[in-house]
Design a protein around this ligand. Structure first.
Ligand code: ZN
Length: 152
């Protein structure tokens, strides 16, 4: 990765950590799920409001490291307005990105600002921080589970 691009990505992460987007609860009938990453201590709750199979609104609250918070913020911005199926597909693409399995420039480009988190693929412990919000989103989309989602 070029140095300029790396700096741009760093600034995206810092920005979303400092000023997280959609950082609030959603009232019922939005469904929610809790996520926990015991390795780092990240905890978050993701709310989704799905109407006509479209993610009408999505929000989160939680405490954790800069990566987990920035990733959750970027996630909410990325999936709002998408169909449930597209949101699920994006979660899979994101997982490939942060585990270094996303090949092809076009596939990467399609992820937009989410590419800012590509660097975590070099740090296995950080992959769980980055993917926590997406695992929790999938659980919330599937309906609230009885147990919190954990990365373990
Ligand atoms: Zn973390």
């Amino acid at each position: 990765m070029s140095r300029d691009l790396n700096e741009l990505y760093q600034s995206v992460i810092l920005d979303h950590n400092k000023t997280p987007r959609n950082f609030h609860e959603l009232p019922p009938p939005a469904s929610h799920a809790d996520g926990h990453n015991p390795l780092c201590g990240d905890r978050l709750t993701v709310w989704v409001d799905v109407e006509d199979d479209t993610v009408k609104d999505v929000a989160f609250l939680g405490n954790g490291c800069a990566i987990s918070k920035a990733s959750a913020s970027l996630m909410t911005a990325a999936v709002k307005g998408k169909s449930r199926a597209d949101a699920m597909a994006l979660a899979d693409e994101f997982q490939k990105l942060v585990t270094g399995k996303l090949e092809g420039a076009a596939e990467r480009k399609a992820l937009g600002k989410l590419q800012a988190l590509a660097g975590v693929s070099e740090y296995p412990v950080r992959v769980k921080c980055a993917s926590l919000a997406w695992h929790t989103l999938k659980a919330a989309l599937a309906g609230a589970p009885a147990e919190p989602i954990t990365t373990e």
